[in-house]
Design a protein around this ligand. Structure first.
Ligand code: HEM
Length: 262
């Protein structure tokens, strides 16, 4: 039996003739970016010490260091992960939480991975940086309940702003908006400010206001001068990077992150 998929870098595997439906090709992953950064790190490492550092370790280290460049926080990354040899789009479709999830589905999905409700609200705080594609939340603006309406839980002024950036055209796969419009490039608590003002971009962001525990966390982060977000984020990331790790002979150290070794 195969263990639940986790931090095994299977998302990096390119489609091939024999498997043209890898995780990378699945709808929740089509907008993933930054593969070239991981590939560049891998090729530099392969030149210095071939076959030693897995793509899964590179991903865990690079995400820690990427955050460290925008915020002075860090966490230990235990090393020695192996890379998975299997990558199926259907896993991404069924195992990833959806931006259309309500609170109970989010909680259930995180719990199935051993992550708590606190981990959920803390890790979603990472939506303080980065961007979202209009097509992901277009229905909240133009067709919420199938009658051409706007999601009533979305701030009307923010919905009006989003409509200036996102058209109702379902074929627009390019337009993007920042996840945190206040400080899009700063790793801070403003994601929580956005959510508290009914300006969470995705249904899943807005869902954090529908539960007492996550709502209280959000208000704690934005009201007190002593926010706990930075240390909470380190703690939750430390847990997340240990999920579904392969070790020993469970996997391999790929030579190229996009290709399973021959
Ligand atoms: C409830 C779970 C989550 C859902 C439903 C979710 C959903 C999404 C969606 C739909 C996007 C926009 C993708 C796009 O349009 O290009 C996104 C972006 C992003 N997410 Fe999440 N996410 C979740 C959890 C997380 C976690 C745990 C992290 C990291 C700790 C994270 C970090 C990010 C970042 C950094 C971006 C910006 C990507 C970019 O700029 O290209 N998310 N997320």
């Amino acid at each position: 039996m195969r263990i639940n998929k986790g931090c095994d870098a299977s998302v990096l595997i390119d489609p091939t003739e024999s498997n043209n439906q890898t995780e990378k090709t699945a709808l929740p992953n089509v907008t993933l970016r930054g593969y070239e950064v991981i590939n560049a790190i891998k090729s530099a490492l392969e030149k210095q010490c071939p076959g030693v550092v897995s793509c899964a370790d590179i991903l865990a280290l690079a995400s820690r260091d990427a955050i460290r460049t925008v915020k002075n926080i860090s966490w230990e990354v235990p090393l020695g992960r192996k890379d998975g040899k299997i990558s199926l789009a259907s896993d991404a479709d069924t195992l990833l939480p959806s931006p259309f999830f309500n609170f109970s589905s989010l909680k259930e999905k995180f719990a199935s991975l051993g992550l708590t409700t606190k981990d959920l609200v803390v890790l979603l705080g990472s939506h303080t940086i980065g961007q979202g594609h209009c097509f992901v939340f277009q229905s909240r603006l133009y067709n919420f309940s199938g009658r051409g309406d706007t999601d009533p839980s979305l701030s009307p002024s923010y919905a009006a702003f989003l409509k200036t950036k996102c058209t109702p055209n379902p074929n627009d796969t390019q337009s993007v908006v920042p996840l945190d419009r206040i400080t899009p490039r700063v790793f801070d608590e403003n994601y929580y400010v956005m959510v508290s003002q009914n300006k969470g971009l995705f249904h899943s962001d807005a869902a954090l206001l529908t539960n007492a525990e996550t709502k209280s966390y959000i208000y704690q982060q934005i009201k007190t001068k002593r926010s706990t977000f930075a240390q909470d984020f380190s703690a939750s990331m430390s847990k997340m990077i240990k999920l579904g790790v392969l070790t020993g002979n469970q996997g391999e150290v790929r030579k190229t992150c996009g290709v399973v070794n021959a």
